[in-house]
Design a protein around this ligand. Structure first.
Ligand code: PMP
Length: 401
């Protein structure tokens, strides 16, 4: 067992930066205190920049998790009888289907085998079918990165399709926001939602989303209001007040988490959002080179479908889920499989946020995986894997990629 503190390399929660950790440990401010009001305002402004959203869009910071952000979106946008399309890439898309069904929507569920991504022509066909029947699709939903399979959709193409059909588009960015390219205004997306504990690098406890003007007016036009605690109308005046640096209250926010969010967004914006996206892509390519040396193959068969934020890797022959424990014995915590169709066949390693700014932590992860494989009786050359990783990073630096 390593004497170092275990390194948390699951796909969220993640390791947080020292400055975020320090802010989280501050004496809890009251929700009407100037330092909380300032942190809240800075966080809302920071979200607009990280999301690349328009001035007319509204960021929301509410207590909860990614699931809360999903439910809040559904509660405000979807009414019984609405037709919606889900571009389904796994476990978290399935969760969205369940929420939409419970909200009374008629769900067109476009699913695929694990690791794959539905082709955009299937979504086009689904729109055609609904429109031929004289109805219209209210909203298209997709998971930017499905954490269960590491499959990544192309939100730009899907948002453009939704716009061309005068339909809202909603993207679950829980395992992507701040790490994968997303341009809310330029692409015309209507909701981009996430949680604090993933690539934004804050402990769990905040549900975060930005809603476009069209999404806000979909709520305004509802026949009946959504549950009070999730209603855009409950929270919007509070967000507007905080952004204007005024006190406000609807329900108590987790104040330390808001302090931490302000610090984390500032760190991301100091690096630059685009630079952060590029750094995640570089780290993912480097790690992929290491996994190839170790004989590990990805669940998403096609490289263009692989997320930059995590690796979902199939167990080699004669290795099973005990590998996860063997890696933990080497001081690195990784996650088991999540997609029920292939749960016992693979494991997952998160690489987002603070960890990807630390080459040493990524090397420790590669060494622990190699050590775990060797202890499972598989040939695994840790030094060669680390070398492949470093060479990939170096060639990216030379290419300026
Ligand atoms: N969507 C995705 C893509 C996720 O990865 C997760 C969490 N792993 C969720 C939704 C749900 O988020 P939470 O666990 O914070 O409720």
């Amino acid at each position: 067992m390593s004497s170092l503190k275990p390194l948390l390399m699951i796909p969220g929660p993640i390791e947080v930066s020292p400055a975020v950790r320090a802010s989280f440990g501050a004496p809890p401010p009251g929700h009407l205190e100037p330092r909380l009001i300032e942190a809240f305002g800075v966080s809302l402004e920071g979200m607009r920049r990280v999301w690349k959203s328009s001035a007319s869009a509204q960021p929301f910071i509410v207590p909860g998790s990614g699931t809360t952000a999903m439910e809040m979106t559904v509660a405000n946008l979807v009414e019984p009888g609405d037709v919606v399309i889900v571009v389904n890439t796994g476990y978290f898309s399935d969760r969205m289907v369940e929420m939409l069904s419970r909200a009374g929507a008629e769900v067109v569920d476009l699913s695929v085998v694990p690791g794959d991504v539905p082709h955009v022509s299937r979504a086009e066909g689904a729109f055609d079918d609904v429109e031929r029947s004289g109805r219209r699709v209210k909203a298209l939903f997709a998971t930017h990165v499905d954490t269960s399979t590491a499959a990544r959709v192309d939100p730009q193409v899907l948002a453009a399709l939704a716009r061309s059909r005068e339909c809202l588009s909603v993207f679950d960015g829980v395992c992507a926001t701040g790490a994968e390219r997303f341009e809310m205004e330029a692409w015309g997306a209507d909701v981009y939602l996430t949680a604090s504990q993933k690539a934004l690098g804050v402990p769990p406890g905040l549900a975060l989303l930005v809603a476009s003007e069209a999404a806000l007016s979909a709520r305004d036009r509802r026949a009946s209001p959504p549950p009070l605690a999730w209603d855009f109308h409950s929270w919007r005046p509070v967000m507007q007040a905080y952004e204007a640096r005024k006190p406000a209250y609807f329900a108590t926010p987790p104040t330390n988490l808001v302090l931490a969010l302000a610090v984390s967004l500032r760190e991301i914006l100091e690096d630059g959002v685009e630079a952060r996206w590029a750094a995640h892509a570089r780290a993912a390519r480097g790690l992929s080179a290491a996994w190839a040396v170790l004989g590990l193959s990805h669940v998403p068969a096609r490289p263009e479908h692989r997320a930059a934020t995590l690796s979902a890797l199939r167990f080699p022959a004669r290795v099973d889920a005990s590998l996860v424990g063997r890696i933990a014995e080497r001081g690195v915590v990784v996650a088991g499989g999540l997609d029920p169709r292939i749960r016992a066949e693979y494991f997952r390693i998160g690489h987002m946020g603070y960890a990807i700014t630390r080459t040493d932590l990524l090397m420790r992860t590669i060494e622990a995986v190699a050590g775990g494989l060797a202890a499972s009786g598989v040939q695994a050359d840790a030094a060669s894997a680390v070398r492949a990783f470093l060479e990939s990073l170096q060639s990216a630096a030379v290419r300026g990629a």
